[in-house]
Design a protein around this ligand. Structure first.
Ligand code: SF4
Length: 343
């Protein structure tokens, strides 16, 4: 909840407005989920709230720890549905993490290379459940690392399970809650929202006046292949998607990131590189190459390091601003496209 909503809620219970601010601080700054532990509230109010209200922060059911320090948490929501979040240690920044959060249980887009997409769609997450992943993960991480650093999680990426633009309103609300300087206080520039190419959501985001980074999962530069990889492309083919990106760039003047999963024998030959150079060179864009992380039951393969390097050079020699994303968490199925919602 935003501060204003909490203040209004307390007023609706016949209490003073400032109590809402106190509770907001306990939940969002201190991660406290029991009214009884809110020591600056009078005893009668703690009891009243415990009887009338509930703070629900998803419970961490399971953790897997990668050799590279990446952690994957399985979280359980109130209705027992489960989502996964991933904590990735930041390069060069001691003990600070990026949190990759989910916006849906499962995903309706059904990308053919993605474990989430293969497991179907169950429901959208509400803003409090999206933010709850942050609070639950932070608390668990602090406990496991015995580190109470308030800024232990410094970045948030909306790249977990689900297509954020198909749950647009709740995603935007969650961004405002995460960003609130009186609460969790994650800077907007430390937030990335990723989409498989939902053009109408990109256009709406352009008008939000947010400083977040937009990342677009591209993965192919021709419609035939992109249709096979990302079914969203049938609704928003490349031309339509690029119109939305251009609109976003005009409105925000913010650099856009394009994510490109490298699939062996599928999308990394010279012709793919040439198409990408033609399409993206005129734009204010970064291209992140991600060598595929294999998923059990799917036939796509990770390319060899030589092929990865060759494709990288095609693109950078062609004038694109390209980076190779260091693989994180592949050994615990926490890498891009490997998340699931186990029951
Ligand atoms: S890659 Fe993203 S959009 Fe595609 S199915 Fe997986 S979670 Fe959904």
């Amino acid at each position: 909840m935003k501060i204003l909503e909490l203040e209004n809620y307390l007023v609706s219970l016949g209490e003073a407005k400032f109590r809402g601010r106190q509770i907001h601080k306990w939940i969002y700054q201190k991660g406290i989920s029991s009214f009884y532990n809110m020591s600056d509230l009078p005893a009668y109010l703690r009891q009243k709230l415990s009887q009338s209200s509930q703070i629900s922060i998803p419970r961490v059911l399971k953790q897997r720890l990668s050799m590279d320090g990446t952690r994957k948490f399985l979280l359980e929501l109130e209705d027992k549905k489960r989502v996964e979040t991933v904590l990735i240690p930041q390069a060069g920044q001691n003990k600070r993490y990026s949190l990759c959060i989910s916006t849906q249980v499962g995903c309706p887009v059904g990308c053919s290379f993605c474990a989430t997409g293969q497991s179907g769609f169950q429901r959208n997450l509400q803003a409090h459940e999206i933010v709850g992943q942050f609070l639950g993960s932070k608390k668990e991480l602090q406990k496991r690392l015995k580190n109470t650093d308030d800024k232990l999680i410094s970045h948030v990426v909306y790249m977990g399970m689900g297509e954020p633009m198909l749950n647009y309103d709740e995603v935007i609300k969650s961004i405002y809650i995460l960003n609130d300087p009186k609460g969790i206080n994650i800077g907007q520039r430390h937030i990335t929202i990723s989409t498989s190419g939902e053009a109408s959501g990109i256009e709406k985001l352009a008008s939000e006046n947010l400083q977040v980074t937009l990342a677009i999962s591209l993965h192919a530069c021709n419609n035939n292949l992109r249709d096979q990889l990302i079914p969203m492309n049938r609704k928003y083919p490349l031309k339509r998607l690029m119109q939305a990106v251009e609109f976003y760039l005009e409105q925000t003047n913010r650099r856009v990131s394009f994510e490109y999963i490298m699939l062996d024998e599928v999308n990394i030959d010279r012709a793919d590189a040439d198409k990408m150079i033609n399409m993206l060179k005129p734009m204010l864009a970064n291209i992140n190459l991600i060598p595929y992380n294999e998923v059990e039951g799917l036939s796509y393969k990770k390319p060899s390091p030589q092929k990865v390097a060759q494709f990288f050079h095609y693109l950078s020699n062609g004038g694109l601003n390209v980076t190779l994303r260091e693989e994180r968490g592949g050994d615990i199925e926490a890498a891009c496209g490997q998340l699931r919602s186990p029951s």
